[in-house]
Design a protein around this ligand. Structure first.
Ligand SMILES: CC(C)(COP(=O)(O)OP(=O)(O)OC[C@H]1O[C@@H](n2cnc3c(N)ncnc32)[C@H](O)[C@@H]1OP(=O)(O)O)[C@@H](O)C(=O)NCCC(=O)NCCS
Length: 224
């Protein structure tokens, strides 16, 4: 399926599926013209992981794992309700995830990575993922979102370097790319110091209870 055959257009994204403020659906459908499959934005599921990682490697290169922001993700779960996939015809074509952090004493979210597959860029999918993520974060009661990225892209969603000027990350970062959006006015006013991860730790795959914890119960069952 080639880009020219998709007939996706920016117009198709506007107004067809407004993100609700108070509560959010787990998926939103953006119908396409001419019988093409709808674009679907939805909560990420476990089986998205392989396609998501391949998309991120293609979009950002494997060096992405050495970035400072990666320290906030390794071994942790994304913030509740804030891992999103964009799919088209069943193919994962976009991803964004947000992570719980403490920003100099203020609870906040760190957004990233955001990526859209090369074949689906400049169709508004990145913006649709950002708008859905911001609306969900607001609906879930979060006060601020931080990210490291190009201001030229993220300023359209209200991000700027101003609120992070007294914050530090545990690694090198270009100040002009360290951005934030306050969902509650003044949420980061006076926030200073290190941003640290606070998200729930992932449970290692396949970790079972030790045998010593299981045996006594089995013996009791035999005795009965
Ligand atoms: C950044 C990215 C997610 C945007 O996705 P997308 O679906 O193409 O975004 P949209 O359709 O909403 O917006 C496209 C517009 O943003 C512009 N844009 C994309 N990346 C940009 C950047 N880094 N700086 C400034 N503008 C940018 C495009 O040129 C395009 O402009 P146009 O509307 O004038 O054509 C996508 O280009 C991507 O995956 N890039 C590689 C990964 C990356 O850099 N991620 C961000 C860092 S975490």
């Amino acid at each position: 399926m080639t880009l020219s055959s998709l007939a996706l257009s920016r117009a198709a994204f506007s107004g067809s599926a407004a993100v609700r403020e108070a509560a959010f659906p787990c998926a939103e459908f953006f119908p396409q013209e001419n019988g093409f499959a709808p674009l679907v934005l939805r909560t990420q599921i476990g089986s998205d992981a392989l396609a998501r990682e391949l998309l991120l490697d293609a979009a950002l290169g494997s060096a992405r794992r050495a970035r400072t922001s990666e320290l906030f993700r390794t071994g942790r779960l994304p913030a509740h309700g804030l891992a999103l996939s964009a799919t088209h015809g069943g193919e994962l074509v976009g991803t964004v995830r947000l992570w719980n952090v403490d920003a100099g004493g203020r609870p906040a979210l760190l957004l990233g990575p955001l990526a859209v597959s090369q074949t689906h860029r400049s169709l508004g999918i990145g913006a649709a993922l950002m708008n859905m993520a911001i609306a969900r974060a607001r609906a879930l009661g979060h006060d601020a979102i931080l990210l490291v990225g190009d201001a030229a892209y993220y300023q359209r969603f209200g991000f700027s370097p101003e609120p992070t000027k007294a914050l530090d990350l545990p690694g090198p970062v270009e100040r002009a790319r360290f951005l934030a959006l306050e969902l509650a006015p003044g949420a980061l006013a006076g926030a200073a110091g290190l941003v640290i991860p606070t998200g729930t730790m992932e449970r290692p795959l396949g970790r079972a209870r030790p045998r010593a914890q299981i045996r006594p119960r089995a013996k009791r069952a035999q005795a009965a």
